[in-house]
Structures are given as structure tokens and as C-alpha cells.
Write a protein that binds this ligand. Structure first.
Ligand code: PLP
Length: 405
């Protein structure tokens, strides 16, 4: 019976656009990409697209980067997984690279962004214990996004993401973003132990805070003895024109989390800490089966090496600035465009209202983007390997689609 069903499944066409056995987590678009190269994607019908989304900020080095593919293949033929019961040299090597680019002291590797933030939240709790605080509070921002696990969705400042999942963890207070005064209002609360913040809000709609916001948070945390936890899961690994967006303000967080672009598509997450915060995790207090295995570690170390050797952090800043300038030049006067904003290759185009089926209209025009910020913001998170011609093509396609709305 089972043999027969599996045989039948093997024979069916690859792409059916139906998935009766998949839980309905996603409202998917009826397109399936089957191949990629650099910033290009091809769907099952052989149609070509420019990828300006990069799998939501993941494929910073584009699809099938030859050096990444080579590292994947070499490591797959050497060893994939052992266990964190044993020393893993690839993990140690990646750790040194991660600390070098972030200025942090020590790092824990998991498998996703949410897990990296879970680690950060556990570090905040250990920090609370060290101060004798039993019921710690972490301040996070309104419209923030920190993940889908119970702790990280509690941290997330978005009622739609929390709906149906009460009781939530009670330790998060959501404070208006980019408003240092609103944060300062909580200094009276002696249970506060940390601030957890995105340096640019991604899911919230590419919200860039005023210059000085992060350094003001750093000062506040120093004054109060709070940990500054910076969620760089979307912004990090070069995207904004620095390895991490906090480096634009020359500050150093106590804890920084990373994932998305770190493995260029191989699942990996990281939570790094500095100073006393880096010493709070001790044997037995945290762990993971897969996290930091030889395979994902080797691939992520290769990703960092490529970005560093080819000066791609600077290139992200330059290509992003050029893309933003051309968007402003071409779309800035459109009555449908309210704002064009972002840093490096993390850009948002805010429209005057919600236009239905917008992402599909872009797909029809051969451009992969996504819509965030309550349905009004076109989000661009492209690969750093975009050519000048592809930049121009992205701008032209957005102009065409927006003009036709
Ligand atoms: C994507 C994202 C997460 C969650 O990462 P997952 O890998 O999906 O768990 C957390 N924080 C930010 C800022 C993100 O963009």
C-alpha cells in the first residue's frame, strides 16, 4: 500500500501548484522557481526573472555562487554532521570569522533567526538572574519582527502575528520605534533588563530610524545596566553597506543575532555576545543538535570569506545607493509613491495605498519582490551581485508596474 503510494508520487509531475499534504502556513503565489544563477531565476516553464528579493534577504551572493557551491560539494563529500558533543573545527573557524566581522567576543550557532533570538532572550534571562531580578522585562519595538517561536512572537510587535497564540510570554513591553524618549519612560521599571531592536525594521516596512537612535539606545543601556540586543537577522552580513547595520553608528551591542544571508541559503543562525554577556551560557544551559555542524559552518565561513575577499560590503553600499538614486529619480514624482527609503541593498518603496495582487503583477513583469509594511511597501533585498544593467531593469520594471496601477 505505502510502496504503491510512494511509487505513484515519484511519477507525478514536479510542479502541480497544489500541495494537499502541506500545512497551510503560507498564502503562496502560483509560481515555482526551479533554477537560479546570480540574480536571475527561472520558473518551471522556463521563464526568466530578476530576483530583487533574494529569498527574503538570504541569497546575498546570488543563486549558485560557484565558490559557495564548491564549498557545499566539498564539505558534503567530507562530513556533514557529528554532534556538539565533540569539537567541531569548522564551527570554531566560523566563530572566529563571525567575531572578527561583528566585534563580538563569543558566538552560539543555531539553525534559524528565531533560534538566534531565542538564545538572545535566554541570555537576557541569565543577565536578569545575575542581577537578582526574578521577573525580567525586555523592551522591544512596535511593528518589530523577531520570529515565530513562542518567545520571539511574544517579542514581535505585531498583533496579527500573535493572534491565536495567547498566553504569550509576559516579559515584553512594546515601545514606539525610533523614539528614545518612549524607551526612557521605562527607566523607572527596575525589572527591565534589555532592549531588543532591529537597526532597520524589515517586516515592519523598511523603517530606518533617525541617525543617532542606536547610539542613544547604547547610552541608555549603559546607564541602566541593560543589555542592548540588536537583531541583525535581515540587515546583517553586508547588506546595508557595513557588515552589521549597528556599525554605521560605531556602537557595539552586548548581543547581536544573525541568520538569513549568513549561509546564503544553507540554514544557520548565530547569536553573538560581548563582555560579561558572552560568559552567561555555561555547559548544559543551552544547546542544539544541528546548530554549527561541519556543513553549515563550512558554508557560512566560505560566505564570509567571499564577501570579505571581494569587498562586497562596500559594493552593497554602492550598488544600493545607485539603485535608490535611480528609483528616486524615476519614481520620486509619481503620485502613487509616498516614500523611497532604506540603506544599501535593503530598500522600500511606500505606495499611497494597498494595491491588490501587487506581487503577482511584478511576477508577471518578470521581477521578484515582496510587499510588506501593511501591504503598502515594495521591499527590495537583492543580491550584491546585481549588474548595472539589472539595476536599470529593476527600476524600469517598477516604473512600468507602478504606472499601470
Ligand atoms: C527573518 C527574521 C527573523 C526570523 O528568522 P527565521 O530564520 O525566519 O526564524 C527574526 N528577525 C528578523 C529581523 C528577521 O528579519
Amino acid at each position: 500500500m505505502l510502496q504503491k503510494l510512494l511509487k505513484k508520487l515519484r511519477k507525478e509531475p514536479v510542479v502541480k501548484y497544489t500541495e494537499p499534504s502541506i500545512m497551510k502556513s503560507y498564502a503562496r503565489l502560483p509560481v515555482s522557481f526551479v533554477r537560479g544563477e546570480g540574480a536571475k531565476l527561472w520558473d518551471a516553464d522556463g521563464r526568466e526573472y530578476i530576483d530583487a528579493l533574494g529569498g527574503i534577504a538570504v541569497t546575498f551572493l546570488g543563486h549558485c555562487h560557484p565558490k559557495v557551491s564548491e564549498a557545499i560539494s566539498l564539505q558534503a563529500n567530507k562530513i556533514l554532521h557529528t554532534s556538539n558533543l565533540f569539537h567541531i573545527q569548522e564551527q570554531a573557524d566560523l566563530g572566529e570569522r563571525f567575531c572578527a566581522i561583528s566585534g563580538m567576543d563569543k558566538v552560539f550557532f543555531g539553525n534559524s533567526g528565531a533560534e538566534a533570538n531565542e538564545t538572545a532572550i535566554k541570555i537576557a534571562r541569565l543577565h536578569a538572574r545575575s542581577k537578582g531580578i526574578d521577573k525580567p522585562i525586555i523592551l522591544t519595538a512596535e511593528q518589530s519582527f523577531h520570529g515565530r517561536t513562542m518567545a520571539t512572537l511574544s517579542a514581535t510587535g505585531n498583533a496579527a502575528i500573535q493572534k491565536g497564540f495567547a498566553p504569550l510570554l509576559s516579559e515584553f513591553i512594546h515601545v514606539p520605534y525610533d523614539d528614545i524618549t518612549a524607551m526612557r519612560e521605562h527607566t523607572e521599571n527596575s525589572n527591565v533588563v534589555a532592549i531588543m531592536i532591529e537597526p532597520i525594521q524589515g517586516e515592519g516596512g523598511i523603517i530606518v530610524p533617525q541617525e543617532g537612535y542606536l547610539s542613544a539606545l547604547r547610552t541608555l543601556c549603559d546607564e541602566q545596566g541593560w543589555l542592548l540586543i540588536v537583531d541583525e537577522i535581515q540587515t546583517g552580513i553586508g547588506r546595508t553597506g557595513q557588515w552589521f547595520a549597528f556599525q554605521h553608528e560605531n556602537i557595539q551591542p552586548d548581543v547581536v543575532t544573525s541568520a538569513k544571508a549568513l549561509g546564503n541559503g544553507i540554514p544557520i543562525g548565530a547569536c553573538a555576545a560581548k563582555g560579561a554577556a558572552a560568559e552567561l551560557i555555561s555547559p548544559g544551559t543551552h544547546g542544539t543538535t544541528f546548530g554549527g555542524n561541519p556543513f553549515s559552518s563550512k558554508v557560512a565561513a566560505t560566505v564570509i570569506d567571499i564577501i570579505s575577499e571581494e569587498n562586497l560590503v562596500d559594493k552593497a553600499g554602492q550598488t544600493g545607493a545607485s539603485l535608490k538614486k535611480q528609483l528616486q529619480h524615476t519614481l520620486g514624482t509619481s503620485s502613487k509613491v509616498v516614500d523611497i527609503r532604506g540603506k544599501g541593498l535593503m530598500l522600500g518603496i511606500e505606495l499611497d495605498k494597498v494595491y491588490p495582487d501587487l506581487a503577482m503583477k511584478f511576477l508577471d513583469a518578470g521581477l521578484v519582490i515582496n510587499i510588506t509594511g501593511g501591504g503598502k511597501v515594495i521591499r527590495l533585498l537583492p543580491s550584491v551581485l546585481l549588474s548595472d544593467v539589472q539595476v536599470k531593469k529593476i527600476v524600469q520594471t517598477i516604473l512600468d508596474v507602478v504606472s499601470a496601477l
